[in-house]
Design a protein around this ligand. Structure first.
Ligand SMILES: Cc1ncc(COP(=O)(O)O)c(C=O)c1O
Length: 366
């Protein structure tokens, strides 16, 4: 099995999520809307899962909508927008591509939103989207300051926080944010794919993306999957409980990795930074796809950016925005670690990564 260093693409299923999932598939397979006992068993499982998610996120269960993942949670808010959406140039494509009218705001070389450009873009907007943590370079945004500017300059707008990469990785308390909606992706936390959450502040009314049986207080139609919800709750509870310890451990591991790599490759540059598990790298004279392929052959799974974009062979829009140098942006490599990553794995990876970079740089010099 290759060493998995692509945790921002998706995380392996947590054993607690698997156990909760399998148990609920057996015991709570009914339709939660059915009035008979089989339906009510599914309803009880679903309600318990929502309670557990709400406890982990420090919010009320009624504020949570179960979705198919982060993209749907974001789309539910963005597609309801009656007017421009403001987002940064390094937001996820699930944000950028769901806005009918988009105003993108530039970021600095660390990936932080330019405050002046943000305030200039806000007047008259319908939704302001803040990416809590970037999936490719790990940059964290100052949510409090950016949201405060929205309240001041665009009081009519909804503040949407994309927390898909933040929950379970950094301290994240919904109540402490001045947000109207927060999107969460289950599979980044070690839940199965196909489930996520949208937190919506009480009093904010969003039309459902799909009309149907009016499930979830008519916020998201479609029969709820109690088993997926139970798995999500188990993964979320564990991820949040482990977060302080894991963040410290992973930041330590990644710091050592960076030191080692930089000592071997003096021209290596780190892009962004902030998430304790994410290292974005660029190196002159290298094609990131070749770098990642060599590493795959050497037994290490890394990526050239967001998995959805890498699959299309497009260079990362995030690396482009931070590098301001097209050729350098094409060398981008993302290393993202997780709860099972060990120091020994990263020691071996550092060697393979440096060797591959040296070989590719030599080839490009001819
Ligand atoms: C920052 C960010 N937002 C949104 C998404 C979309 O989430 P999902 O894959 O659950 O639809 C992802 C992951 O792909 C992400 O990293």
């Amino acid at each position: 099995m290759p060493v998995y260093l692509d945790w921002n693409a998706t995380a392996p299923l947590r054993p607690v999520a698997r156990a909760a999932w399998l148990a609920a598939v057996e015991d709570a397979w009914g339709n939660p809307a059915s009035v008979h006992r089989i339906g009510q068993a599914a309803r009880a499982c679903l309600d318990a899962a929502l309670q557990r998610c709400a406890a982990a996120l420090a919010c009320a269960p009624e504020e949570l909508v179960i979705t198919s993942g982060g993209s749907e949670a974001l789309a539910t808010v963005l597609r309801a927008a009656r007017g421009p959406v403001v987002a940064s140039a390094i937001d996820h494509s699930a944000v950028l591509r769901n806005a009918a009218e988009l105003r993108t705001v530039a970021v600095d070389e660390q990936g932080r939103i330019d405050a002046a450009a943000w305030t200039a873009a806000l007047p008259g907007c319908a939704v302001a989207c803040i990416q809590a943590a970037n999936n490719e370079v790990g940059t964290l945004q100052d949510i409090a300051a950016l949201a405060a500017a929205v309240r001041r300059l665009a009081p009519q707008a909804l503040v949407l926080v994309d927390a898909c990469q933040a929950v379970g990785r950094i301290p994240f308390a919904i109540r402490a944010l001045d947000a109207d909606a927060v999107a969460i992706a289950g599979h980044k936390l070690g839940a199965p794919k196909g489930v996520g959450l949208l937190w919506v502040r009480r009093g904010v009314r969003l039309p459902p993306l799909i009309q149907g049986g009016r499930q979830q207080a008519d916020r998201r139609s479609g029969t709820e999957d109690a088993a997926l919800a139970a798995a999500l709750a188990a993964a979320l509870a564990e991820a949040v409980a482990e977060q302080p310890r894991e963040a410290e451990r992973q930041a330590g591991l990644l710091g050592e990795l960076w030191q080692r790599l930089h000592a071997e490759l003096p021209q290596l540059r780190r892009l962004g930074g902030g998430l304790p598990n994410t290292l974005g790298l660029v190196h002159p004279g290298i094609d990131g796809r070749h770098w990642a392929m060599r590493l795959d052959l050497a037994g290490f799974a890394v990526s050239t950016g967001a998995a959805c974009m890498a699959g299309r062979g497009e260079p990362s829009h995030v690396a482009r925005a931070l590098c301001r140098d097209e050729a350098l942006a094409r060398s981008f490599l993302r290393v993202s670690i997780g709860r099972t990553t060990t120091g020994d794995e990263l020691l071996a990876f550092a060697e393979a990564c440096a060797a591959a970079a040296r070989a590719l740089a030599a080839l490009s010099r001819g």
